[in-house]
Design a protein around this ligand. Structure first.
Ligand SMILES: *Cc1c(COP(=O)(O)O)cnc(C)c1O
Length: 379
């Protein structure tokens, strides 16, 4: 009998999570109710107190964050190609030009020198990604952003709960975005958030999340229209995360520290198990980084990544590759982006393989992954 399929990531939903959701479903507010503010306040406890705006996905969070930053046609956004496509596409959908800068060969995170070289007078945002949960070089990137007159955005879809030089993720960039997709560090099924210390950026984020509707009479152009009146000053969308999902998020946040410990323990087991294998390189942790390990990005040397991927998939182990360089997507190719643009990212991609990593992975699941990887290399 073959063993069950092990995914590379999976949610951990417990009895408290179910009870929290059921309670909201029995109540008055399925959406736009008190569980939203509660979730936003709970999130701020994990961002060093930086306020949060809950939205419907990590992609929505990026779309909202770029809107809050005022990104539009004629603007440029400098970002990493070693990310999910949404980091770039959400800026492109606002009409901005995406400028890809290369990554550091060890972490896969945006290289501050490459970002600095990519900056022009049109750069509105520098968008870093905490790849696999390892924080980007946020202090150097801050310097690059400040000297360019650009905002620093951190796509922290992988890294909520981590910290950089003692400061929690969410307290470092002008705008930080989270994803609560099922495979991420905590889940609301679909969901996300934008975090910022700037009241102005938060206001713009809240407005874009809710059609740009202005309800505050003092801010309205036609305040005497009547008690029902609300008006739109700038276009927005409906990116409201419902109370049902916010309640799940608050419940999940209570387990974030436990999730982090378990992810770190599995990460350490993989590190030790593969330390003596010549055919692979294990992930690095830079000085000052306290990662929330969302992925375990093994590097497979000697052009054998695809063979190991097929070997593990053949044994029911759901490895994944994160990510193809974003500008390889045909939509960017058709805009004129060419392969070879970011050699470090392309090399990183050619070697990268994400092993299963999620809190409910058992010790025997981990043993199975280790045995299968080692058997591929003959021991
Ligand atoms: C998951 C992810 C997103 C998008 O989040 P969704 O919630 O799936 O829309 C954006 N950026 C990165 C780096 C991600 O991993």
């Amino acid at each position: 009998m073959s063993e069950p399929f092990l995914p590379y990531g999976r949610q951990s939903v417990g009895g408290d999570d179910l009870a929290a959701v059921a309670e909201v479903l029995r109540g008055d507010w399925l959406t736009t109710g008190p569980a939203v503010q509660r979730f936003e306040a709970d999130l701020a406890e994990h961002t060093g107190g930086t306020p949060a705006v809950a939205v419907t996905s990590g992609t929505a969070a990026l779309h909202v964050a770029y809107a809050a930053a005022g990104v539009g046609p004629g603007d440029e956004v400098v970002t990493s190609p070693m990310t999910f496509v949404a980091t770039a596409s959400a800026a492109a959908l606002h009409g901005a030009k995406v400028v890809f800068a290369d990554v550091e060969p060890d972490t896969g995170n945006l290289d501050p020198h490459a970002a600095s070289a990519a900056v022009t007078s049109r750069t509105k945002v520098i968008a870093a990604v905490d790849y696999a949960g390892h924080p980007a070089e946020l202090d150097e990137l801050r310097t690059v952003a400040d000297s360019a007159g650009a905002l620093l955005l951190e796509d922290a879809a992988h890294s909520i709960g981590g910290s950089w030089r003692g400061r929690p993720i969410g307290s470092l960039a002008d705008l930080t975005t989270f994803s609560f997709f099922a495979t991420k560090n905590l889940t609301t099924a679909e969901g996300g958030a934008v975090v910022s210390a700037s009241e102005q950026l938060l206001e713009r984020a809240r407005a874009f999340r809710n059609h740009g509707l202005v309800r505050d009479r003092a801010a309205q152009r036609y305040p005497d229209e009547g008690g029902w009146h609300q008006e739109v000053h700038a276009f927005g969308l409906n990116y409201r995360l419902p109370d049902v999902l916010c309640a799940l998020g608050s419940s999940q946040l209570r387990r974030l520290a436990e999730f982090k410990r378990r992810r770190a323990a599995i990460h350490t087991r993989y590190d030790k198990a593969f330390a003596d294998l010549d055919g692979v390189r294990t992930p690095v942790t830079r000085e000052g980084a306290d990662p929330m390990w969302h992925l375990y990005p093994l590097r497979v040397l000697g052009g054998r990544r695809r063979a190991l991927f097929d070997h593990l998939r053949g044994h029911g182990i759901g490895v994944q590759v994160n990510y193809i360089p974003v500008y390889w997507h045909p939509v960017f190719e058709d805009l004129g982006y060419r392969r070879g643009l970011c050699p470090n990212a392309e090399r990183f991609y050619s070697e990268q393989l994400s092993l299963p990593l999620f809190p409910d992975l058992t010790e025997s699941d981990v043993d199975r992954v280790i045995t299968s990887v080692r058997s591929f290399f003959g021991g």
